[in-house]
Design a binder for this molecule. Sequence first.
Ligand code: URP
Ligand code: ZN
Ligand code: ZN
Ligand code: ZN
Length: 499
Amino acid sequence: EIFDLTIRGGTIADDTRVFEADIGVIDGLIAAVGPNLAAGRRDIDARGRLVLPGGIDTHCHVEQRSGMGMMCADDWYSASVSAAFGGTTMIVPFAAQHRGMSLKQVAHDYAALAAEKSVIDYSYHLILSETDATTLDTDLVELIRSGITSFKVYMTYDQLKLDDYQLLDVLAVAAREQALVMVHAENNDVIRWVSQRLLERGKVAPKHHGVSHVVLAEAEATNRAIALSSLLDVPILIVHVSAREAIGTIAAARQMGAAVYGETCPHYLTLTEDAMDAPGMEGAKYCCSPPLRDADAQEALWAALKEGVLQTVSSDHAPYRFDASGKLPFGDATTFKQMANGMPGLELRLPLLFSEGVAKGRLTLPEFVALSATNHARMFGLYPRKGHLAVGADADIAIWHAERETTLTSAALHDRVGYTPYEGMTITGWPETVINAGRVIVEAGALHAERGSGRFIARTAPLPCTAPRPLSPRGRFFRALADDAAARTPAARTPEARM
Ligand code: URP
Ligand code: ZN
Ligand code: ZN
Ligand code: ZN
């Protein structure tokens, strides 16, 4: 059969090797990888270019309300377009259950928004803020079995946080159903206690966000999340790791055989806390949780990526406009407690990681591919369909010009945030042509994809949950205890039933 598309003469990289070959695409799938492939209905000349798997972003906030109740600036259309321009061909944002909401309804509504608007392939995770019987034993189980095989829980934010008892309830369901739990690990009471004292002293400027989200709060909660997961010996992913101390805790747990994984984000690798110290409210642009840290933390993060202590780099795209509709609900009178948390990052995730990582010699190309695509696919139930360039996989491909220099400006980006934390920075390397399921969706700076043309991808069980691994005797004991049907009646899920 003749190829629909042939990508010719490029340098291909996957997560293990770099080699020269052509790629032939038929019906959205990679049909051949090899030398001198036949001409396709369409040929793309990739000589002098890198041919890499399209990026997968498994942590981004799209058309979602935050813990503080604020709607972010990007919907499924603008977010997916922005992602595509940055070389990402699949996003996995969050359907967020706020307190009192039906998890099933939340997922249903979110899926409809995605289907109507996304221009690239997608799935979503859940965010759980309730641990009642319907949420955990009916809706969550059903959703996991229908291909939503991961969810996030918060240890901080008053409106979303689960206490340790609830975390154990949730971890037990994840263990039973082979779902991956993503944990936002910060100690809520430490942050509240410090914040209160800062506010009382009139210290309300954006930089105090960083003071209150002290490293110790992240380190303590990371340690606690790992301890709780160890009780049931269930895999967890600590998201947006920012601190050297948290990395150390994750590394130690892994050393002991725990299935603990970690993610970081480009902003922690490229920006430091002094950005929050800008005059007036300007620092709010750089406010995220956990906050930006220092140069020492950055060094530890790069090393942790290199050593495999952290496995994924995601954007944590949390887009809020720098005005009263977004970051600053009370204008200049906004305190650091009232600012929206989060930074934009979908479009520049891979260009920043490529420039600061590959171009500066901190990462090899296979490491870049693993951190940007392959590990995401493995860890979230998308492999081998996505995350690599092999026969039978979806033709999700980004063709990179490795030497191209770009000076970043907000105006050139496709999100709806209206600013970029990286304004004026010059980076090396850009994904010029982006292909999702065989469709050339970005080419020569233009979008060629219809609203709603992305596909929902049902996910299988995440590799961390299925990889053969001997359970610890403790894990086996407490899993059996949790699986005991008597412990899973609706009555046992009520707050009153908690001793
Ligand atoms: O500051 C952040 N990260 N905002 C987004 C919500 C979250 O915690 O991931
Ligand atoms: Zn065909
Ligand atoms: Zn978070
Ligand atoms: Zn997030």
